[in-house]
Design a binder for this molecule. Structure first.
Ligand code: 5GP
Ligand code: 5GP
Ligand code: 5GP
Length: 208
């Protein structure tokens, strides 16, 4: 018997720093709704296994349906902007995230619940404010990776994963912040496994 229901152990809730998406050699394009705020944006809510592997594209029959999201559309545009090129209204990014990741947690969250869960998590954890309180601000300055981890751990109660990329000058910079969330999509938990971060011991926090 073939088992097609894909279970998972936890979610990664992943937020991206727009300054670090845009200042690499790939550059970026602002959404049709305009330049996003200088704030972390949602990248995705990703079902994962405790061993670090993950399921993807679990249900080809569950297509992205933006009519289910009309009430949260303005929140999605604000908190989950797409910065890839060419400029878009976000639908391509949300559709990709739903089909690749969201379809793997359908046993827990339907489409509307999935996007709402991510928006609620973003509201619950204001990363920019947490970092600001620790005097870590997007001023192109360098900060120790430990101080970034500690500031978030102190405020949230759980250790975050920090992923870096490189700006066009080759400097390691904060790109994405991972928090782990239980399978209901609502409670932050200690990460069973942290993502590989690729950060130097001192990291830049780029202006946007
Ligand atoms: P990258 O290779 O840029 O790190 O990741 C490419 C894509 O693979 C991501 O956008 C995401 O869809 C997926 N991905 C990368 N790492 C993970 C992970 O640890 N867990 C899950 N669930 N997806 C991941
Ligand atoms: P890497 O060589 O970095 O481990 O993985 C290369 C690519 O394979 C990544 O961009 C990622 O999207 C994908 N990948 C890595 N591990 C997994 C996994 O456990 N499940 C799936 N579906 N894709 C993976
Ligand atoms: P992933 O597979 O890593 O979850 O998502 C990355 C995919 O979403 C890529 O195909 C990328 O082009 C697209 N994408 C659209 N907008 C964005 C954005 O703002 N940030 C990132 N990281 N990917 C985006």
């Amino acid at each position: 018997v073939l088992c097609i229901s894909q279970d998972f152990d936890f979610f990664y809730f992943v937020q991206q720093w727009p300054g670090a998406y845009c200042d690499t050699k790939h550059t970026c394009c602002y959404p049709k709704t305009g330049k996003p705020a200088a704030d972390f944006g949602i990248h995705g809510l990703w079902p994962n296994y405790k061993d670090g592997s993950y399921p993807s594209n679990c249900d080809p029959d569950s297509v992205f349906d933006k009519s289910q999201l009309s009430e949260i559309m303005s929140s999605l545009q604000k908190d989950w902007p797409s910065l890839s090129c060419p400029s878009s209204n976000g639908n391509r990014f949300w559709s990709h995230e739903w089909e690749k990741h969201g379809t793997c947690s359908e046993s827990e969250l339907d489409q509307r619940e999935y996007f709402e869960a991510a928006l609620k998590l973003k509201e619950k954890v204001n990363l920019l404010q947490i970092l600001k309180k620790a005097e870590i601000v997007p001023d192109d300055g360098f900060y120790s990776l430990d101080s970034v981890v500690e500031a978030i751990k102190e405020a949230v109660g759980f250790t975050p994963g920090i992923e870096c990329n490189k700006d066009s000058a080759g400097h390691s910079q904060i790109y994405q912040i991972f928090l782990c969330v239980d399978t209901s999509g609502s409670e932050i938990i200690e990460c069973p496994v942290l993502p590989k971060g690729r950060c130097a011991s001192n990291v830049q926090f780029a202006k946007f």
